[in-house]
Design a protein around this ligand. Sequence first.
Ligand SMILES: [Zn+2]
Ligand SMILES: [Zn+2]
Length: 387
Amino acid sequence: MKSVNETREPATAPRIWVTTVLFASTALAAVTLVPLYGVLVGFHWYQWLAFAVIGALCGFSITAGYHRLWSHRTYEAHWSLRLLFALFGAAALQNSILVWCSGHRRHHRHVDDNDQDPYSARRGFWFSHIGWMLRDYPSGREDFSNARDLQRDRIVMWQHNHYVPITLAMNLGLPLLLGLLTGDVIGMLLLAGVLRIVVNHHTTFFINSLAHIWGRRPYTDENTARDNDLLAFFTFGEGYHNYHHIFQTDYRNGIRWYQWDPTKWLIRTASWLGLARNLKTVPTMRIQRAMLTMQFKRAEQKLQESNHRESWRELLEKEAQDFSAALNEWKELQSRRYENARERLLAKWESAAIRTRVKELEYSLKMQRKRLQIMMEQFHLCPATAT
Ligand SMILES: [Zn+2]
Ligand SMILES: [Zn+2]
């Protein structure tokens, strides 16, 4: 792993003035002109409504469109939905689908590698939040060799080739039109244009910065990505970033029913309406396996730190044996199902029996996770001298 100082990136890369001026001026206007206009003239409810509706459309175009559809191919979408995402994604002012997704695929492939991850969190909060876009760093150079599939998507290429006029139409044209229709152009431009862009920007940027710094790591600790409920609330569900980094082909980020993931709900609703299909999910057993592996790892670390509590070790080893037996049985069932399906041999009753057994194994791993949790809690309560 490389630290901030070990990166081979130049200390100062050439500044990219377009993005620097754009980010600085919109942020400055959002904290000065917007409140000033609010105090001196006042905003109408319909301007706030436009702010919320366009903001939500832009947010979902990034999360459900740029991210889960185009970057990760977690489902397929009807052209009308893709067009909507392309238009409001341009309004979110985060570059074209092609540039965004190609960079994001590199982020996943080389996560935390300071030389190849365009927004490596190991280079600090500022860099991963916004700094990476303000200078022409070698790690951020465009390379579409990982996005050939996107280059075959006509909507993606149309948006990429006409990015500036589409962005101008969506960011200036739309609020201007709404302003003319409602009689207050400046108020509409300030709320549905400026403030909305700044909010859209920083909520997305938090995924690259905060979601790699602050939160828990229930599925893997091999990268910096975290699960963070608060962040998920402000980012349409993208805050479950630890899950997302290990299972990037899953259309969900928050997998539990109580986790806030409106992007997942939107994709599911779109599939009910016939606008999305082939929604991909990761098998529950793989999720349980990841969580249990992490729990064992943590339990093992705790044991190492203590005065070698042999009774605990025995218990833990017994659990570890059960775990690997369950995994072996699951792998065996998977290969039997795969082999039989390939040769079209699997009888209906046998297929149902395998499914039932997999469900039982899933349940047993869930119970094991609970047992380990209780073990760790008791372990904490034990006096340090106990053996
Ligand atoms: Zn991703
Ligand atoms: Zn990430």
